[in-house]
Design a protein around this ligand. Sequence first.
Ligand SMILES: [Fe+2]
Length: 508
Amino acid sequence: MRKNRLMELSQEYRIMIIDDEPGIIDSIQALLNRNGYWCCGFTNPLEGLAEIQNNHYDLLVLDYFMQPVHGETVVEEIRKTNSELYILLLTGHKDLAPPISTIKSLDIQAYCEKSDRLDQLQLLIESGIKAVSQMRTIQQFRDGLQSILGAVPKIYQLQPIGTILEEILTQLLPMANSADAFILVDDIPGIEQGQGEKTNRSIFKGIGKYHVNIDEFPELLDHELMEAIGRARTEMTVINHPNGVIIPLGDETNAAIGAIYVSSIDADEGIKLLQIYARQAASSISNAFLHSLVNIKNEELNSTYAQLKIRYMDTIEVLRLAVDAKDEYTRGHSDRVAYYATKIGKLFGLPAHELEELRIAGIFHDIGKIGTADDILLKKQSLDKMEYEQIKQHPIKGAMILSAVSMFHDIVPIVRHHHEHIDGSGYPDGLKGDEIEMHARIISVADAFDAMMSDRHYRRHLSMDETKKQLSEGVDTQFDARVVEAFLNALSHDRELLDMITAARYDG
Ligand SMILES: [Fe+2]
């Protein structure tokens, strides 16, 4: 595998040998071919010179003493038009080598005495190719930076945000040598709206195969891509995805405001350039938002946001159903957890928007299980350590999936922490007491209640009395005491709750 890559790389470079002795050309050519390099040879220096003047070459192995033209003359001719060709001079005996002043003035990068042993020549050619490769990288960077500098004034022009995003993508594609990309940003991050609620909008723009109507966009995302976008944003790091790369966009405090996805890009240098460009793009977006607060009406955004929200909910709902469909015993589990959690939230007098958060967190709390293998999820026997560790990943995976879009940001920590225990023995972060947000403590009780009341692959359901007893026994170890108390209280007299439990037909 490694060798193939080396061969591929070597074929990227064009090497020429000019020597009036065919035997020398043959042996160098054999050496280079054996090492995977492409090369051609000329015994007539004038023919070789003409070829170099018409076609691109990276490295020239050149004999010094030749007929009818001397190597020095060949170099002089080349240097008139080409200063970049790496020239390695083959000299005769060391007394016949050109003086160092000639080597310098002709810009010859290396020289080597002719001998039967080619080890030294091989080393010099390899270091020459390395130098050429480094020069290419520097050149790519220089060109890339130049195009960034060219693009920046355009993306900084004050225009509607949709136009800016389109401009960012248009400028980015040639830099990334890609045809498809999209950008997803939070609208006006951190700004309070009229009713004291934070905006939770995402704005999307795509190009190439992602140039779709906003309502079609979520269909192009699978859960793995969403998880990767969430991870890039959460960790503010570039994520390599099987078919592309995700670059987070950060504001001046390095907080995520969105992400750019570019398909099929694999060069490290290209990614570094994109990161530089992404920083410029992010500040142009922040800049535009700042101005839009004063200047730009968001009517268009309002309607696209509403559509996007509906489509996202649809997409996530499909993912959730896929989780439920994997496991018939848990079918309906998420809906019931959502119901119990909102019921508990009401008992605590939480405002409407927090009840809605609890409902959505309940629906999506186990969404991360979509990434768990069926044979583990459905296993009837007890799980081994490795399998259990995999299951324990689901809160993290779920949080990542939901992190992809800003509208779910408030429920991300709830999903991540729904298996934390009040005494710190839970997972994934081992949080304790008040470190676990109240909403996650509520979901934890609702989740445990429904799980105990349901049949599972590995056991029958518990009775209502046994379930209540288990909840009480978990107080101050697994569960929050106030949450359990409020829920047990409701279980003893709340008619609506009891009807819901009856309708759930836990007894089958
Ligand atoms: Fe869970």
